[in-house]
Design a protein around this ligand. Structure first.
Ligand SMILES: [Zn+2]
Length: 359
């Protein structure tokens, strides 16, 4: 039974929503979501650190006196295991914590929340849950450098490159996102994937491709309507070894434009990965891994003046010809690049934080 929640009366930030988005107060439809455990006035059931027997954090968890402005969706890139029980969920949370503390050297689990394939929602980093319940401040995470104090990070168990997430996970993800949006006044359009900000496949092509659906369904749970083009965020293509085509060719021209020698054959070979790595080293990418994604594209796709004879201009020509784009502006900036690349949408929230390296 849906119970009226006082938190839903707080109101929502509507930045990023165009006219026509419907806002309905006092309609906590998400409270009747089918999974995620029993719901109370305090929000959906989330297993806290004590509940899964977390180790103590090794240092004080930094808490920032600001609200997060977006949510980042990750996948754990672990096996799509069949065990969907509570024990598996607790074990997953412990395994991630051990990895983040013992291998990464962080003070605790990196992400704020974890969702198991069975749909159990668990607190990640200590204090994330109590701070979320209050809805005013942000626990510093370690899930995406540059986003750790402006974005809530959710790790979803599994690998969603060529498989869809299970229904139980999906329902818990949307319920959890809706609750976080409610608590912090985050618009349901402000849900992103890790790859929007980093050179990574995370959260996998399939789960990433479901983000427009997630934005729409979360909006629905909040009594809002966000549909069609409103659910599409501007992004950058993910290019990695094995890829081929005009987008790869354009990237090759852009690498040349940046002074990195590479063949212009439209094929993402190991040699091209080496070229991308060299480019990432020179541009200070966090992890020079040879994958071209949301961290390197915005630097690579510089503003180009049409007809200047540069390799960057050849990249524009390549995309304009290959995609039948008719109106290319004289100055090709990020939105124009994204139109050429076919990844346009409403502007991405590019807010970054000053917290430095993950800890
Ligand atoms: Zn990730």
């Amino acid at each position: 039974m849906a119970r009226r929640l006082s938190v839903t009366r707080r109101g929502f930030v509507l930045g990023g929503l165009s006219a026509g988005a419907l806002l309905a107060f006092g309609s906590p439809a998400w409270a009747s979501a089918p999974t995620g455990g029993p719901l109370t006035d305090a929000g959906p059931d989330i297993i806290d650190c004590a509940g899964w027997a977390a180790r103590p954090n090794s240092d004080i968890v930094p808490i920032w006196n600001q609200r997060p402005v977006k949510i980042l969706v990750h996948h754990t890139a672990s096996a799509n295991q069949a065990d969907v029980g509570r024990g598996a969920a607790d074990g997953l949370a412990r395994a991630i914590q051990n990895f983040h503390m013992d291998v990464r050297g962080w003070l605790d689990t990196g992400q704020h929340f974890t969702i198991s394939r069975g749909g159990f929602v668990l607190e990640g980093r200590h204090r994330s849950l109590e701070v979320l319940r209050l809805g005013k401040r942000q626990v510093e995470g370690a899930h995406c450098t540059g986003q750790n104090v402006v974005a809530v990070g959710i790790e979803n168990e599994g690998t969603y490159i060529d498989q869809d997430p299970p229904q139980a996970l999906w329902e818990s993800l949307r319920t959890t996102c809706a609750y976080i949006c409610t608590q912090y006044g985050i618009a349901p359009t402000e849900l992103y994937g890790h790859r929007d900000f980093k050179n990574t496949a995370c959260p996998g092509d399939r789960l990433y491709g479901m983000l427009p659906q997630l934005r729409s369904e979360v909006a629905g749970l909040l009594g809002q309507r966000v549909e069609g083009a409103q659910t599409q965020k501007a992004s950058w293509p993910l290019l990695q070894p094995g890829d081929a085509g005009d987008t790869v060719l354009a990237a090759q021209y852009l690498l040349r434009d940046a002074g990195v020698p590479v063949a212009t054959d439209g094929r993402f070979t190991p040699a091209m990965a080496d070229a991308v790595r060299r480019y990432q080293v020179t541009t200070g990418a966090e992890d020079p891994n040879g994958i071209l994604g949301g961290e390197s594209w915005p630097v690579l796709a510089r503003t180009v003046t049409r007809g200047d004879g540069s390799d960057a201009d050849r990249a524009v020509d390549t995309l304009a010809a290959g995609r039948n784009v008719e109106a290319v502006p004289d100055e090709v900036d990020h939105p124009a690049w994204q139109r050429l690349l076919g990844t346009t949408g409403t502007p991405t929230n590019t807010a970054v934080d000053p917290e430095g390296p993950p800890r």
